[in-house]
Design a protein around this ligand. Structure first.
Ligand code: AMP
Length: 312
């Protein structure tokens, strides 16, 4: 059975601009959901939020080379356009998909080796070097650059981002404010698998046993939150409780899990904090590597985070 689709597939900047201009004339609002494809329920939740708040929703699918280092998984990143489109068709209410080529987004080309890159890039100083940036120093420059390009092309009223990538939300919010980009940034809650694992396109890299190991991160964040709910306010106690859960599994799994970082930080400045002030908020975030490279297993990074107090 073939399904007819109302979704326009726009492949060039010129096509998006034309589509956008027509809507502007009709005074119809646009919500924008940027993705790298391999869509899952987390992405679809962003689309649903956008549908509620805008006349039109456009989803971009673009695996952005500038946010991958030469040793990372750019070539292996899942590319599943047909099933992505089917998911958006089934969800309904999406007006367009922007599906550009690398050449369209980077007309002068893009080298993965940062020292060889030439041209215009966007950097958000002070928010990009810590946490994810400490492990992936190229990452937020790539994200800020591609989001700027996409916002310049789409010119949406609203931009939808997921809480799962909390540092990305902080970096993009700051960029939008500092560069006077006329778009409202909306952040939607993390969508999880039934066992709690935060949904991610990279979860597809995990085999069944690694998936169970990957759950250690959400368990660790829970342990940190429990320490907080029991009255602890210090990083030592809260992060200590989280790290202990990961340490346990590290011992049991014989190097099948490695902790990259576990942080307690100010949600706006991303500065590490030693003590959550009375009535204050913090973001606890972590990253683990799942897979034992020495045994020839693929290594997958998993990230997750939790506000303290929750829903702050
Ligand atoms: P990605 O395709 O991984 O670049 O993600 C595109 C957008 O979807 C980003 O704003 C992510 O934060 C968001 N996202 C990814 N996973 C989830 C999730 N599990 N829940 C909510 N949003 C998510």
């Amino acid at each position: 059975m073939s399904m007819t689709s109302d979704i326009k597939i726009l492949r060039t900047v010129a096509e998006v601009r034309q589509w956008r201009r027509d809507l502007l004339v009709k005074n119809e609002s646009v919500g924008f959901v940027p993705t790298m494809g391999a869509l899952h329920a987390g992405h679809l939740a962003l689309v649903s939020h956008s549908k509620k708040e805008n006349d039109h929703t456009i989803v971009s699918i673009f695996v952005n080379p500038a946010q991958f280092a030469p040793h990372e998984d750019l070539d292996q990143y899942p590319r599943t356009f047909d099933s992505d489109k089917t998911k958006l068709d089934e969800l309904g209410g999406v007006s367009a998909i922007f599906l550009p080529t690398v050449k369209e987004m980077y007309p002068n080309g893009i080298k993965l080796d940062r020292s060889k890159q030439v041209g215009a890039f966007v950097e958000v100083q002070g928010l990009s070097h810590q946490l994810e940036g400490s492990v992936r120093p190229h990452f937020f420059r790539g994200v800020a650059t591609v989001v700027t390009k996409l916002l310049n092309i789409v010119q949406p009223e609203r931009l939808y981002l997921g809480q799962k990538d909390v540092q990305q939300t902080v970096v993009v919010r700051r960029m939008v404010t500092d560069l006077h980009i006329p778009t409202e940034v909306r952040v939607c809650p993390t969508v999880r698998e039934s066992d709690g694992l935060a949904m991610s396109s990279r979860n597809a890299y995990l085999n069944e046993e690694q998936w169970e190991r990957a759950n250690v991160l959400v368990q660790a964040l829970k342990a940190g939150e429990e320490a907080y709910l029991a009255g602890s306010r210090s990083k030592k106690d809260i992060v200590g409780a989280a790290v202990a859960v990961i340490g346990d599994l590290m011992l049991k799994s014989g190097n099948g899990v490695a902790l990259e970082y576990m942080s307690l930080a100010d949600p706006e400045t991303l500065q590490e904090i030693d003590e959550i002030p009375e009535g204050g908020k913090a973001i606890m975030s972590g990253a683990v590597r799942i897979g034992n490279a020495a045994k020839g297993e693929r290594v997958t990074r998993i990230i997750d985070n939790q506000f303290l107090p929750r829903d702050a």
